[in-house]
Design a protein around this ligand. Structure first.
Ligand SMILES: [Zn+2]
Length: 318
C-alpha cells in the first residue's frame, strides 16, 4: 500500500499546490492581508473613524486615505520585523504542518540556504502558535498517563519522583477515545505526585468521564474526584483487558519520542512543552490531511499580539 495515497484527495495540499498558491512573497502577503483584515481595513486608529485604506505599491502596508497612517498585516505577528522572506516563513509552516514526525531546522537549512540559527528561530516561533492550553476534552472516555522525557531513568530511581539531579522531565497526557474526537493534551509537569496528576485531571477531563490509567499509585482516588476509574495492571504484565488499556496515549508518547530522537535528537527542558504542542496540534487534526497548513496559518492571526497601529475595528472584537 502506498501510504501517500491514503490522504483523500480533498485533504491533499501537495508541495506543487503550495507553490501555485504561494509563488512569491507578494502572494504570501496578499494571503496574510486577507487573513488579518478580512474585507479590508475599515477603521483608522489615528482618525478614530472609518476610513478608506489603500495598498501601497511595492510595500507590505495599507495606508489611510485621509491621514496616511500605515497598517502592516505583519505587525504583531511572528513575522513582525523579520528579515526572512515571507515565502520562506510560509514554507516552514507548510513543512511543519505536513510532516507527521516532525521537521528539523537542519532540513530547512539544507533546502533553502538560510542559516541554522534562522531556521531554528522560525520553527520556534511557529511552534509558539500551536499551544492549546485552553482546550478541554469533550469525550467521556479518557486515557491518562504520565511519561518521562530526556535522560534515561537511573537505576533504582523511583517512578514519579525523579531525584533532584535527574534530567528527565515528567509529562502528563490525557486523550479522548472515540471517532471524530480522539484529541490529546500533553503537559510538562513538575512531578507525578497525586496532587499534580489529580489537578491536571480536574482541569482537563469532564466530570463523570470514565478515566483509564495504569496501576500507578498517584492515580489512586480518582473515583473521589467524580470519575469512573478503570485501571490496567501493567506491572502484572497485563496491557489490555476488554476496553481497559492506555494504548492510545502510549501510542502518542511513542510518536513524540520517535520524532524527538529521530528529528530533534535532544530537546532542552525549556522547549519540551513547545514540542509537545507541535505534536499535539498535528495529532488533534490528523483527519485534516495536509490542510493542517491552513490551521497553522490561521493561528498567525489568532495569536497576533495586537499593536495599536495594526488594529482595525474587526480585530477589536476578537
Ligand atoms: Zn487616518
Amino acid at each position: 500500500m502506498n501510504r501517500r495515497q491514503t490522504i483523500p484527495k480533498e485533504l491533499r495540499f501537495t508541495i506543487q499546490q503550495f507553490n501555485e498558491r504561494f509563488p512569491d512573497d507578494a502572494a504570501c502577503l496578499d494571503a496574510l492581508m486577507r487573513l488579518r483584515f478580512p474585507g479590508g481595513i475599515a477603521y483608522c486608529e489615528k482618525c478614530e473613524q472609518d476610513r478608506k485604506h489603500y495598498r501601497i505599491e511595492g510595500r507590505p502596508v495599507f495606508s489611510c486615505a485621509y491621514c496616511g497612517t500605515q497598517v502592516s498585516p505583519m505587525a504583531g505577528t511572528i513575522f513582525h520585523k523579520s528579515t526572512t522572506s515571507l515565502r520562506l516563513w510560509f514554507y516552514a509552516m507548510y513543512l511543519m504542518a505536513s510532516t507527521r514526525c516532525g521537521i528539523s531546522a537542519k532540513q530547512i537549512q539544507r533546502e533553502t540556504g538560510v542559516t541554522y540559527k534562522t531556521a531554528w528561530r522560525m520553527f520556534k516561533q511557529i511552534r509558539s502558535l500551536l499551544s492549546e492550553t485552553d482546550m478541554r476534552l469533550e469525550g467521556l472516555l479518557v486515557e491518562m498517563d504520565e511519561s518521562y522525557f530526556g535522560a534515561k531513568r537511573k537505576r533504582g530511581e523511583k517512578r514519579g519522583r525523579p531525584s533532584k539531579d535527574s534530567s528527565k522531565q515528567c509529562v502528563v497526557g490525557v486523550v479522548e477515545r472515540g471517532v471524530g474526537t480522539g484529541r490529546v493534551l500533553a503537559t510538562v509537569a513538575t512531578d507525578a505526585t497525586k496532587s499534580t496528576l489529580h489537578s491536571i485531571a480536574k482541569e482537563r477531563i469532564l466530570p463523570e468521564s470514565v478515566v483509564f490509567t495504569d496501576e500507578y499509585a498517584s492515580y489512586n482516588g480518582l473515583e473521589g474526584e467524580g470519575y469512573t476509574h478503570r485501571r490496567i495492571n501493567h506491572s502484572a504484565g497485563v496491557y489490555v483487558m476488554g476496553d481497559v488499556h492506555t494504548n492510545t496515549i502510549e501510542g502518542f508518547w511513542s510518536l513524540v519520542k520517535r520524532g524527538i530522537t529521530g528529528v530533534y535528537h535532544n530537546v532542552g527542558k525549556g522547549y519540551l512543552q513547545s514540542y509537545l504542542d507541535e505534536y499535539s496540534f498535528r495529532y488533534n487534526r490528523r483527519d485534516r490531511g495536509n490542510l493542517i497548513f491552513n490551521d497553522v496559518f490561521a493561528r498567525v492571526s489568532e495569536r497576533a499580539v495586537e499593536r495599536p497601529a495594526a488594529r482595525g475595528r474587526r480585530m477589536q472584537t476578537v
